[in-house]
Design a binder for this molecule. Sequence first.
Ligand code: NI
Length: 156
Amino acid sequence: MAVREIIEIGHPMLAARAQEVDVAAIATPQVQTWVDDLIDTMRAANGAGIAANQIAIPYRLFTVEVRAGNPRYPYKPQIPLTVLINPVVKFLSDATFENYEGCLSVPSLRGAVTRHLEISVAGFDRDGAHQSFEVRGYSAATFQHEYDHLDGTLFP
Ligand code: NI
């Protein structure tokens, strides 16, 4: 477990599509260490989420967590710690809203991004179990932001 360096806008790994994780490898020490490092780095930076390519791991996984009193996002509803490997995001309606976003890889910049209001999220957890759930509002924007990272998209 380690807090890792967060790479910043301009690094090619942030602009590239990350690769699928071999689901059979989720239990391996390598993937488990990736998950631990994502959690440690996200928490150390007070992020609402972090994608693996932000710590130079070019694979499709991210973590999300919003705890009470997060200093970067004091207005966000709490989200329990969520690990998603090979995530899939689907829009449940055409409804959108303007979300004001920041990113650990884009220091000192915040901006409005149009996000879908209602989404479904699926993927594997760190135990290799498939999970799916629906998310709405600010929390849905957080998941869309992290998912975008895995396709090489930054919010600006
Ligand atoms: Ni980000």
